[in-house]
Design a protein around this ligand. Sequence first.
Ligand SMILES: C[S@@+](CC[C@H](N)C(=O)[O-])C[C@H]1O[C@@H](n2cnc3c(N)ncnc32)[C@H](O)[C@@H]1O
Length: 207
Amino acid sequence: MKSASDSATIQKRYDRIAPYFEGLEAVMEGLFFKSWRKKLWAKVDGHHILEVGVGTGKNFDYYPKDARITAIDFSKAMLKQAANKRDRKNIAVDLDQMDIQSLYYADNSFDTVIASFVFCSVPLPLKGLKELYRVCKPGGQVLLLEHVVSSRPVMARLMNLLNPVVVALVGANINRNTVKNVKACAFSSVRVDESSSDIIKLIEARK
Ligand SMILES: C[S@@+](CC[C@H](N)C(=O)[O-])C[C@H]1O[C@@H](n2cnc3c(N)ncnc32)[C@H](O)[C@@H]1O
């Protein structure tokens, strides 16, 4: 029997919401996410970039112009939205369907591996983060923008309580401790940007 959080189930949730995804997030995007995305992408360095969990391509506007960018997602329907946007906006990006938990790329392939709001839904987040570490070049960086469980006990309890409902509806967990998970990988340094809030974290991990 499949658990509510296995890969096929989460993939199907994103396939289902793909056509409405940008509409569902429109208010949050305008009020908060846009400025976070700008901050995230300003930290990219190197030429060869991998974006994981590209979704509908909301980061396309922030891609560095002269970089070679590959972007992956395991949801075919989200990738279809991204492909339409890529063609409409003439964005230079290779899109591929792939699971973050088992990337096809060789070790040490990318200068920067980047994701926004993805590790809330990767079914086995540690496995996925270790894959990001593996495909990142030595000296390269993994940049993550993630929402995490609150450090405030009452808020954290509420998030834990609501989590099963949110997973069932949209496939995302609201009670992940992604900073702790990144620190559990073999990165030489992990830094959380000081502008991060209690719930939104901008994480910079160096291999
Ligand atoms: C909340 S959306 C965020 C999309 C985009 N990064 C953004 O900032 O709008 C999460 C995305 O991660 C993808 N995703 C989740 N787990 C994945 C996995 N194991 N492998 C590949 N993609 C995954 C989902 O299909 C979805 O498109």
